[in-house]
Design a protein around this ligand. Structure first.
Ligand code: 13P
Length: 248
């Protein structure tokens, strides 16, 4: 069985002071969680968060990683740098990275390969835009993103790969995909994993939903058969709200 994950993506939010206050509040609230709990924090908060999460059930994630080992890549962070802090997860190919920072399926694939090489757990994001959905191209877009972003990965890599389905039109808009629509797209993603990789990979890979998921819609989304968890943006910034999602 696939263990559910609720992961917070803080995006560009929280100073160290705010991180300290937030995690102090969150830790006791989720200590009995039945799912994996992850917080993906800005690079500048990682060291402090790691220290604060020692001995707790909350796992730590970053929001990006570069594919090179080191070198002239101003503003980037390597997998070894994340490993040193004992980060466990890393979000790769978030639609905001694709939209504002020129990430492509190819760079997503290279970043994910570097993450896997370092034994990090990549949370690889895919999802269609509103225009693509309205043109009836959702499945075509998801197929291409998956095949190109996951290119070359082997069966054992999928012990660590997590896929997040984040329809771009649902991110930060308050407009959630209906549980049925989210389930259908995630079911399609699983089918692609089955057919392009293997039945075992389709069965074992955890696929999360992301896009305006919050305390009031989490249980309906999590009740869907194909949905293995959530990648939570806005609702992960308040400890109280995030803990309610964790306890969906
Ligand atoms: P919101 O939950 O704010 O819509 O963001 C979703 C997201 O992008 C998580 O990665």
């Amino acid at each position: 069985m696939r263990k559910p994950i609720i992961a917070g993506n803080w995006k560009m939010n929280k100073t160290q002071k705010e991180t300290k206050d937030f995690l102090t509040e969150l830790k006791p609230m989720v200590q009995d969680a039945a799912c994996d709990v992850v917080v993906c924090v800005p690079f500048t908060d990682l060291t402090l968060a790691k220290k604060m999460l020692k001995g707790s059930n909350i796992k730590l994630g970053a929001q990006n990683v570069h594919f090179a080992e080191s070198g002239a890549y101003t503003g980037e962070i390597s997998a070894a740098m994340l490993k040193e802090i004992k980060v466990e997860y890393v979000i790769i190919g978030h639609s905001e990275r694709r939209q504002y920072f020129g990430e492509t399926n190819e760079t997503v694939n290279k970043r994910a390969a570097a993450a896997l090489e370092a034994k990090l757990k990549p949370i690889i994001c895919v999802g269609e835009t509103l225009a693509e959905r309205e043109e009836g191209r959702t499945e075509e877009v998801l197929f291409t993103q998956l095949v190109e972003s996951l290119k070359g990965f082997r069966s054992k890599d999928f012990d660590r790969i997590i896929v997040a389905y984040e329809p771009v039109w649902a991110i930060g808009t308050g407009r959630t995909a209906s549980p049925e629509d989210a389930n259908k797209s995630i079911g399609f993603i699983r089918k692609v994993l089955y057919t392009k990789f293997s039945a075992v990979i389709g069965e074992k890979t955890r696929i999360l939903y992301g896009g305006s998921m919050n305390a009031s819609n989490a249980s309906a989304l999590m009740a869907q058969e194909e949905i293995d968890g959530g990648l939570i943006g806005g609702a992960s910034l308040s400890a109280e709200e995030f803990s309610k999602v964790v306890h969906y």
